[in-house]
Design a protein around this ligand. Structure first.
Ligand code: ATP
Length: 674
């Protein structure tokens, strides 16, 4: 049965979240009089159990929504007393899977407690469109009309860009007419806050700007990708019903690793980990078409299951555009972690806000709260702003300042036009390793990458994209504008884009915490004058990257040469697990097979591994010395060569040949570099 054929009563029941059948009868009768065709809503989307406690890392948004939606309904007297008009609409925008729909649903459920019910209407933007002229407008009018009859209510337009795209001359009349109808309907809404319209979109720039004027969708909420703390909260939410619950420490580590994951990714990662555990425990259920008896309690999810699940999951953000933030990989960490620490230290002098982002154990939103509010909440010492009847005892009031907006250096970090340039010769890792690691460390702040693919591989003009990103950066400060390879960038972009960029940059107020972070392969003195002037060497805004020192190089190769090269063949480990598994085996055939494996395992265990550790240490010393003038890229290349040797000799019990080969490869490599 097609969606439009859903019987009207059923359709209507699906349409109103939070209402019982008997509560709808009267309204249904009214609707029948109007002769409305009923809206189609996917019943799966209606989940009455979602509450604010099921939303992770968005407490700032939740408080703001309570203020604008819940409080006008619960405490109308306050709004009446101060004649406050609650906003009629708000826009949720941000990448997919970041909780926009979830928050809207939770909001509707939170509002509907006890006797109080709030009707929740959910429509997908594109679903409102009809091929019949005028039909979409009629549907919209009916929707608003129904929301009014059932007030208080929330109308949620998911993917509103489908309904109200930017109007342009080429765009057909139809869209214009729908947008105008929506605008008129919103303008006609009662200002008592009884109907709130929420629109959700992935791209703010793709909706008609008229919708963003005051009185319409005048509050905007950015749903960005969650940062580490937010990710941990979301992990907690999606594993809270597991028994036993995962360790807090483990979730902390997971959150640290899952950079670029949105809420929906985290949810599917948890589900995938559970499936991995099932697969591991009961591989036979994949082969059998019958339902097998399984002992659910015996399925234990381990860290390995999460690791496997992570390998399978590509975070949504990386499917579209890779996030510029990336932690140092475990391989390059020993080589670069000291440099990274020095960079972060230097950066904090230019951009003291960074200190908050680098602190652990902060509530995700409290940081932003402290950083974004210029005045500190406090009741004390605030002069009364009301007219008081003069009494003869009262001295005449001196002229005093009421609003003290001056920044308070004591409470808040202050930065003046923060800019930071990472400079190094090509191959020093400034753009490939270090800047992404800096962004990763500061991931509490939104990052706007102005790199060439972002600017030139979009439908809009590069100037427009640049302007939009920079405005957004200013709006969501503290934030970071990131330009990798600024020396190339400057050469590649046209004069208009350069002018747009510099003008917008200069227009950012001096004390706005918007950090311009860039990398360059050309030293500061040799950069074009315009860029040179952006980053002042005297103000510690230029960080010169040095080559890794001896100790760092040694650490880089240590694990590979001392531990990995000396590892006995991998089958030793599987022999262990065969022995272990045999104790569990029940099926006679399996037991027979496992006994064979144990024989082999015992044979392997008795075979000694021949490793000369003195030789390995010598090799480590040799490679540390040879790589003295190597940049990061060359070091990594040599690392890969040694990995290849280790892999080729993985089956050897005698590692003498391996050590010899590694030595030869290092010598050949260094010879080729000369
Ligand atoms: P789209 O733009 O694609 O419509 P969206 O932002 O509306 O995406 P949701 O549909 O709200 O994303 O999220 C999908 C699912 O991901 C949710 O049902 C929820 O299970 C999970 N999820 C997303 N964000 C969060 C979060 N902040 N806390 C807990 N769960 C989350």
């Amino acid at each position: 049965m097609g969606k439009s054929q859903i019987p009207s009563v059923l359709g209507e029941l699906l349409f109103f979240l939070n209402f019982r059948k008997d509560e709808l009868k009267g309204i249904h009768k009214d609707r029948m009089k109007i002769g409305a065709t009923l809206a189609d809503v996917d019943p799966m989307q209606i989940d009455c159990s979602v509450r604010f406690d099921g939303v992770g890392g968005l407490s700032d948004h939740i408080s703001a929504l309570k203020e604008m939606v819940v409080f006008p309904l619960l405490y109308p007297e306050v709004f009446e007393r101060f004649k406050i008009q609650p906003p009629r609409g708000c826009l949720f925008y941000g990448p997919p899977g970041t909780g926009k729909t979830l928050v809207a649903r939770a909001l509707a459920n939170e509002c509907s407690q006890g006797e109080r019910r709030i009707a929740f209407f959910m429509r997908k933007g594109a679903d409102c469109l009809s091929k019949w002229a005028g039909e979409s407008e009629r549907q919209l009018r009916l929707l608003f009309d129904q929301a009014y009859q059932m007030r208080p209510s929330i109308i949620f337009f998911d993917e509103i860009d489908g309904l109200a795209p930017v109007r342009s001359s080429e765009q057909d009349q139809i869209h214009s007419s729908i947008v105008s109808t929506l605008l008129a309907l919103m303008d006609g809404l009662d200002s008592r806050g009884e109907i709130v319209v929420i629109g959700a979109t992935n791209r703010l720039d793709s909706i008609d700007p008229a919708l963003r004027r005051p009185g319409r969708f005048d509050r905007e909420f950015l749903f960005s990708l969650p940062n580490q703390e937010a990710r941990k909260e979301i992990f907690k939410i999606h594993t809270r019903d597991w028994t036993p619950k995962p360790l807090d420490m483990f979730l902390e580590e997971l959150a640290e690793k899952c950079v670029g994951y949105c809420g929906a990714d985290i949810k599917s990662l948890c589900a995938e980990a559970a499936l991995c555990a099932l697969r591991r425990r009961y591989p036979q259920i994949y082969k059998s078409s019958e339902k097998l008896q399984i002992d659910v309690a015996s399925i234990r999810i381990t860290a390995k299951d999460f690791a496997m699940a992570m390998q399978k999951t590509v975070p949504a953000s990386q499917r579209a555009v890779a996030s510029p933030g990336r932690a140092l990989s475990s391989v390059s960490k020993p080589l670069l972690e000291n440099t990274l620490a020095s960079i972060l230290q230097a950066l904090q002098r230019v951009f003291p806000h960074a200190e908050f982002a680098l602190q652990k154990d902060q509530q995700p939103d409290s940081v932003n709260h402290v950083l974004r509010n210029d005045t500190v909440d406090s009741d004390e010492e605030s002069p009364s702003i009301f007219e008081e009847k003069p009494t003869h005892k009262m001295p005449s009031r001196e002229k005093e300042k009421f609003l003290r907006f001056s920044r308070n250096a004591y409470y808040q970090p202050t930065s003046c036009r923060p800019r930071f340039l990472l400079v190094g010769e090509p191959g020093y890792g400034q753009a490939s390793h270090l800047a992404p690691a800096v962004i990763h460390a500061l991931e509490k702040f939104p990052v706007y990458a102005l790199d060439l693919p972002v600017l030139f591989v979009t439908a809009t003009s590069p100037e427009e994209t640049c302007a939009q990103l920079m405005r957004e950066a200013q709006r969501t400060a503290p934030s970071i504008i990131y330009i990798p390879h600024i020396h190339l960038w400057w050469e590649a972009v046209g004069a208009t884009l350069k002018a747009t960029f510099t003008t917008l940059l200069h227009n950012i107020p001096a004390f706005a915490p918007v950090l311009l972070l860039a990398t360059s392969d050309v030293c500061h003195a040799d950069l074009p004058t315009e860029i040179k002037e952006l980053f002042m060497d005297d103000y510690e805004e230029v960080f010169q990257i040095q080559l890794p020192n001896e100790e760092e190089r040694r650490m880089f190769f240590e694990d590979l040469i001392i531990n990995q090269a000396a590892k006995p063949p991998a089958s030793k480990n599987s022999a262990d697990s065969w022995v272990h598994r045999m104790t569990r085996g029940r099926h006679s055939q399996v037991e027979e097979q496992q006994v064979m494996c144990v024989d082999k395992a015992v044979e392997m265990l008795t075979q000694p591994v021949i490793v000369d550790y003195y030789e390995l240490k010598q090799l480590l010393r040799y490679v540390t010395a040879v790589t003295k003038k190597y940049d990061i890229f060359r070091m990594e290349r040599l690392y890969a060569v040694l990995c290849r040797c280790i892999y080729q000799h993985r089956e050897d019990y005698d590692k003498t040949a391996l050590v010899k080969e590694m030595k030869k490869e290092i010598a050949a490599f260094s010879y080729a570099q000369c």
